[in-house]
Write a protein that binds this ligand. Structure first.
Ligand code: AR6
Length: 168
């Protein structure tokens, strides 16, 4: 798929303009990818996050990357999976709003983790479908903007889930 590539491994290692954090609404850190990003970025990140006043589910906020190789972190809050219709809308909005915020900040390369697919319990196949739907919709609406998108799969299994959704 044009503009979209895959990487299997740790998102904190990527030297891209922005990595996306699967945060919680406090934006004050946690476990999973959020914990890994805060550890790798150092205390400057938490300090900046304290001034952001949290973030609603489906929305996104941007900070600097501090000690990360990435210049920025875009923090978004995925839905806690509930099995209701709002899950899909909220997850879609996480990807879509992160991409719009990236463009506003002149970000030309961005990497996403599997938002909500860890602690928040979103089934991986359904999450991959919604992520790809949001990303391809956003790209089709912004054809003039040069943006390279990396989907980060933390395990080979997660990568295989994505490939089966794409049909490879
Ligand atoms: N690089 C890439 N992906 C990762 C990494 C990493 N270093 N670490 C974990 N993953 P989760 P959520 C994958 O639980 O479900 C936090 O406590 C992981 O395998 O990090 O959105 C927050 O503070 C999974 O596929 O995020 C919130 O409270 C994906 O990242 C809550 O967890 C997301 O798993 C958010 O839960």
């Amino acid at each position: 798929m044009k503009n979209i590539e895959f990487y299997v491994g740790d998102i904190t290692k990527l030297k891209v303009d922005a990595i996306v954090n699967a945060a919680n609404s406090s934006l004050l850190g946690g476990g999973g990818v959020d914990g890994a990003i805060h550890r790798a970025a150092g205390p400057g990140l938490l300090n900046e996050c304290r001034g952001l006043n949290g973030c609603r589910t489906g929305e996104a906020k941007i900070t600097k990357g501090y000690n990360l190789p990435a210049k920025y972190v875009i923090h978004t809050v995925g839905p806690i999976y509930s099995g209701t219709e709002s899950d899909e809308t909220d997850l879609y909005n996480c990807y879509y709003n992160s991409l719009s915020l990236a463009k506003e900040n002149d970000v030309h390369s961005i990497a996403f983790p599997g938002i909500s697919t860890g602690v928040y319990g979103y089934p991986k196949e359904a999450a991959a479908k919604t992520a790809l739907n949001a990303i391809t919709t956003w790209l089709s609406e912004n054809p003039e903007y040069d943006l390279k998108i990396t989907i980060v799969n933390f395990s080979e299994h997660d990568y295989e889930v994505y490939q089966s959704v794409i049909g490879n």
